[in-house]
Design a protein around this ligand. Sequence first.
Ligand code: ACO
Length: 428
Amino acid sequence: MSDKATLEVNGEKHEFPIVVGTEKEVAIDIKTLRSVTGGVTTIDAGYKNTGSCESEITFLDGEKGILRYRGYSIEELAEKADFLEVAYLLIFGELPTKEQHDKFHADIKSKSVVDDDVRKIIDAFPKTAHPMGVLSSLTSALTAFNPSSVNVDSEADMYNSVVKILGKFPVLVAWTMRKKQGLPLDYGSNSLGYVENVLKMMFKQPNEDYVQNKIIVDALDKLLILHADHEQNCSTSTVRIVGSSHAGLFASLSAGISALWGPLHGGANQAVLEMLEAIKEDGGDTKKYMAKAKDKNDPFRLMGFGHRVYKNFDPRAKIIKKAADEVLADLGVEDPILEIAKGLEQEALNDPYFVKRKLYPNVDFYSGIIYRAMGIPTDMFTVMFALGRLPGWIAQWREMRLRKEPIGRPRQLYVGETFRAFKTIDKR
Ligand code: ACO
């Protein structure tokens, strides 16, 4: 293959280097486009064709349904690693040794106490507030309680801020749920594993001991791993772009949480469950909802289906579907929603509309069913996604700062009014 791409603009030919990634992906480097063409820009709404960075963290091939973190397959990581190992891998590039893993966990635990004044902020939220809004606000507020800024040139400073947020974030996650349920806030216990501690902080009743259920611990561990990174998606790009202005880590994460909230992104897991509930309430007629999803005059979309990058089965959905079957069976839960989900999936996979557009179930189609079986309220599903995605956001923010990337600032094509003379208000 040629190592240059040629573009002709206004009769003049310009050459741009072709760069090839380690997985043989090809990109045209248009860094010099505006300078050599006298200001010509590109238009690519939704960045469907635009790479925003070079990254060593996550590889995904949407055509083949491949997802790897730092070279390791998602299937193997979900099966054999724990969430903290995966977090360490994503952030620092290698799987930890036993000593590194234990030190990482101990450092996280040592930073897990959240300033008691944060409770006052939580108290100010109404119980009706959506947990994602609360989580985003609390994450941003952490900056005020940890004011010293991170010196990104100091590995020790970087490490400190990483363990700090990994320690405090699960506390905020649990508190958003407890606040809504009117439960006293819980600090968890340093004697527990990371995921066990999350569950204890969420579910411990004030008048009962919390007994861990291994099935639930393992299922949550797996779900968090599957959500841990997904290269330059909407929330991750948001974290990188906010961080590129040298806003701090917590502020960048808070923006990422807001981006994740939307139903076209992380909010889809809540939307899927609500959709399945609505179908059940409406008599379980999946065909009716399939027809609605295909009707261009109907805004209804089959939530949990389709993906910007996967044009094949989302590998995470395959793992989650199997996990949903196992968890429900192990917990002895019979959920009619699971049957509706399976029915919809079968119909969609055989329907020409979905086949033609390569719309397959995505990661969120089955995750909500597992969360529900664990007793997690529907409006907390996206918060659980944020907890899983946290290491990915941190890794991407750290990579962006270490690579000294320039501030993110896209161009536009102006299509508004040309110059107009101002008219005073009495003349309009
Ligand atoms: N139901 C029905 N039709 C769909 C769906 C769906 N879920 N998803 C896409 N389509 C159709 C579109 O109407 C469009 O049809 P057309 O070509 O006739 O106009 C075609 O498929 C392509 O869809 P786009 O919206 O252009 O694809 P895009 O890549 O922009 O969007 C997205 C991807 C947002 C995920 C979309 O598939 C969607 O809205 N899915 C439902 C929400 C969802 O599950 N989001 C979670 C994504 S995973 C994650 O973020 C963790």
